[in-house]
Design a protein around this ligand. Structure first.
Ligand code: AMP
Length: 546
């Protein structure tokens, strides 16, 4: 027997029309790419998204066409998300930090018909023009006064397109399984692969992401997504905030400590989210002049492992709760979040930190298991570690154009490429990327654990650990450290600090100091580059043995 409830499709346009109806005066504040702060409301945003929808239609674009963006988090980018997906086109966020040839590859592979580009990226597009023959329309996301001199033929001005279009537009209804948006993985090897989200997957993901133990967004919140809209949908915040009626604060192109701090304080931000490198910068900025955080209650940290010292500093020095999160582009992206369970709040700090350093618990509708190399499930005892496999309605079933072939196991699970433990309370802890784990004498050493221990030292700004060839052990860990400005630190001091914090046999065989570490386009340590740079590195433990 079928249920008799209304079959209303889950569509992205409804997030914004809901906000424009029930939270119409709630603000969206942007630090614009041009400089000044811009503020308007959800009602304004929805009206302009309708105008943009008409403007794009006027260019001959239609249902199913892919429209690319190279843009920061701004109110205009938000209008594009809704104006494009809301009318059944596919919004393709491109990460501008990728190598230029990867950007051209992605735009062509996705068959982008139009590209909407922030002022920052006009020179990049000019360089790529000969490789972007499929793109029919280039729209520069600014007003007439700021339109640059450009070689881009027929470049359109965003404000003219929007303001010149009628607001008379009704958000269409269509199948909720229609593609809504597209994001390419920032693969460190091989070509990036496209993950194609649907309206249904996006709606379900955003609803669960808004839950109290997840991002926990409500109408009284003011949310600053520092995580870019081109990095795995800004972890769904630009979808969930209008659903919740929360005030949105968009940081534009300025991601330095001073700019983020100014927005946090002047806009009364209560929740924010970004990768650890952003928070390293902010904490260093706060430390310098003893600045307080007066309104922030919660910070979501994900994308890479949040170091223990960072979680502790936010909590004990600034009174801000850290929610550690894990996910990936293929998962829309959220898979686990680290809200404490009943009774855990009152544990002593050290015990609580042990839990918060883990990447969190699966959210509703994400099935998770760990397996050995043969696909057998391993125990959820917090000790056994194996391949982390996931399944759920907002997790990729395949990549676009069949890239990568069949990506699910016989039970429909996707291999995340991460190695992890699951504990009896359901908390998952990433041991490493399968590719980055250090294989020493047949045993595994977690590069993440070593990095986290190293950044706990007050003189360390950032640390990376890679496996380096060793004739006896196969691989041994090499610790590569960036010191905080003006700080002194020797190898012996570093080793002494790690003593007692890690298993003895995990101790790095050497410590080298560098000025900076390479990062991927989404702010993760670029281990492939480090392994390349240090491929001929001779560990002192080998030299000594010779
Ligand atoms: P991306 O698709 O670029 O967001 O990358 C996803 C990958 O980032 C995951 O498979 C993990 O390897 C890594 N990652 C994401 N969040 C975390 C976290 N909290 N701790 C450790 N690694 C993480």
């Amino acid at each position: 027997m079928r249920g008799l409830m209304q079959e209303r499709p889950l569509l992205i346009s409804s997030f914004l029309t809901f906000a424009a109806t029930y939270h119409k005066d709630r603000e969206i504040v942007t630090r614009t790419v041009e400089g000044p702060i811009h503020r308007y409301t959800y009602a304004d945003c929805e009206r302009r998204a309708r105008k943009l929808a008409n403007g794009l239609k006027g260019l001959g674009l239609g249902f199913g066409d892919v429209v690319g963006t190279l843009a920061w988090n701004t109110y205009r980018h938000l209008e594009v998300w809704y104006g494009v997906s809301g009318q059944g086109m596919v919004c393709h966020t491109i990460n501008p930090r990728l190598f230029p040839d990867q950007i051209a590859y992605i735009a062509n592979h996705a068959e982008d018909k139009a590209l909407l580009v922030d002022l920052t990226f006009v020179p990049l597009i000019e360089k790529l023009l000969p490789h972007l023959s499929g793109v029919k329309h280039f729209i520069i996301m600014t007003d007439r006064a700021h339109m640059p001199e450009t070689k881009i033929p027929g470049a359109l001005c965003y404000e003219e397109l929007v303001e010149g279009a009628s607001e008379d537009f009704e958000w269409p209804e269509f199948d909720e399984n229609t593609a809504s948006s597209l994001c390419y993985t920032s693969g460190t090897t091989g070509n990036p692969k496209g993950v194609l989200y649907s309206h249904r997957s996006t709606a379900l993901h955003s609803m669960v992401a808004n839950g109290k133990d997840a991002l926990g967004m409500g109408s009284a919140d003011t949310i600053l997504p520092v995580v870019p809209m081109f990095h795995a949908n800004a972890w769904s915040i630009p979808y969930g905030a209008p659903m919740a009626g929360a005030k949105l604060v968009m940081p534009g192109a300025a991601m330095d400590g001073a700019s983020i701090y100014e927005l946090l304080e002047t806009e009364g931000v209560t929740m924010t989210a970004a990768v650890p490198t952003v928070w390293l910068m902010l904490l260093q900025y706060l430390e310098k002049d003893n600045r307080p955080l007066t309104t922030l209650k919660r910070v979501v940290i994900g994308g890479s492992a949040a170091p223990r010292s960072m979680i502790e500093t936010f909590e004990t020095k600034y009174g801000v709760t850290v929610c550690h999160a894990w996910g990936m582009t293929e998962m829309s992206p959220l898979g686990t979040l680290g809200a404490l369970k009943a009774g855990m709040e009152t544990l002593p700090l050290e015990k609580r930190l042990d839990i918060q350093c883990k990447q969190g618990r699966a959210v509703y509708l994400v099935d998770m298991k760990i397996t050995d190399d043969d696909g057998n499930e391993l125990p959820r005892d917090g000790v056994a570690f194996g391949h982390l496999m996931v399944r759920g309605p907002w997790i990729a079933g395949s990549y676009i154009k069949g890239d990568g072939g069949d990506i699910l196991d016989k039970d429909g699970y996707f291999d995340t490429g991460d190695v992890a433990t699951l504990d009896p309370e359901g908390f998952m802890q990433i041991t490493d990327r399968a590719k980055d784990v250090i294989k020493s004498g047949g045993e595994w050493i977690s590069s993440i654990d070593l990095e986290n221990a190293a950044v706990g030292h007050p003189a360390v700004a950032e640390a990376a650990v890679i496996g380096v060839y060793h004739p006896k052990w196969d691989e041994r860990p090499l610790l590569i450290v960036v010191k905080k400005p003006g700080q002194d630190l020797t190898k012996d001091e570093m080793v002494a600090y790690l003593g007692g914090k890690i298993a003895k046999w995990w101790m790095p065989d050497d410590v080298v100091f560098v000025d900076e570490l390479p990062h991927t386009a989404t702010g993760k340590l670029l281990k492939t580059k480090l392994r390349e740079d240090f491929k001929d590195y001779k560990l002192p433990t080998i030299v000594a043995a010779e």
